[in-house]
Design a protein around this ligand. Sequence first.
Ligand code: GDP
Length: 358
Amino acid sequence: MKKVIQTCMGCGVTIQSEDPNQFGFVPPHKQAESSEDLLCRRCFRIRHYQEILPIEPNSSDYLQVLSHIAQTDSLIVQVVDLFDFEGSLIPGVHRHIGKNPLYLLANKIDLFPKSTKHAKLKKWVEQSAKENGIFPVGIHLCSAEKGWWIEEALAEINTLRKDRDVYVIGTANVGKSTLINRLLQLEHPITTSRYPGTTLDTIRIPFSDGKAIIDTPGLFRKDRLSEWLTPKELKIVLPSQELKPKIYQLQDQQTLFLGGLSRLDYVQGTQQPFVCYVSNQLRIHRTKRANADQIQQKHLGKMLIPPLTPGQLPEWTRHRIALSGQQKEDIVIAGLGFISTGKENAVIDLWAPKGIKV
Ligand code: GDP
């Protein structure tokens, strides 16, 4: 008799009952019940308890998925996180997807202040995409979470796909699963959660013409701070609501700590504003630069959190930044947020764990 392969309705992984430490585990009696809406233990926990089992990032698997896509004739929808644009890109994406057209969906627009001009933001995405070697056939801003501009996205995808399959790709945590749920309003929503990498295998969701939307797992990028954090810490660091920028008028020889994840030392310059665009939950501490080392030593992992256990992150390294004084500039810390500076000439030291993109 042919063995029926069961898959998890949450993440699409193949169900197994042999090894509780591997993906796709369900207790044997559950598998025997063999219902259509079987959830692996991991998805079950995410769904019901907002809990996650740690998984190892494995980007070589992901590149394999991408290289498969290159062999197909399809439309690629790449989802990026507007709040972490560069950090959520896939390096060399066109190389991986071959000649297939790429449609860029910039998600999480709801995190931006209501006053943000849509057209201006889109222009910025266009420009940034170009600078990063991405040449999309279209760009669309949306919020999968809120359902904003999703119908328009689907209409555009339908026009662009021309009877082809649609592959949805992106780095972990950009909102692919949330988006697909929105697009198709599935009877059984696939697993979405706040934590990176919760979609493990590809999931095929058919269109009426026999083609499909195929959701792929997320790629991990080690140069993003969010990849280093535990689920508990991510709850603090990943913004879930409209950002309330925090403004600090800094004099030189002052320091800002962004939780215990990054530190800005104002080394030299006149007083000017520094606006922090980070999760509303992340606490920022201002202090004198002269006291900063001592405070860091004493309070990292205590008052300065996350991280809850400082040893889990690489040592901090210093990035010396000279502000030209010509215009406002943004200092982006991948996976954390950005700090917008004033227009004064200045020297800044930005500290972040080694390897994190600044
Ligand atoms: P995936 O790893 O790319 O599939 O990402 P998920 O769909 O699991 O989403 C990751 C996290 O981002 C979850 O906490 C979602 O609730 C959140 N998220 C997804 N889309 C949006 C959005 O449009 N706005 C906001 N604020 N959060 C979103």
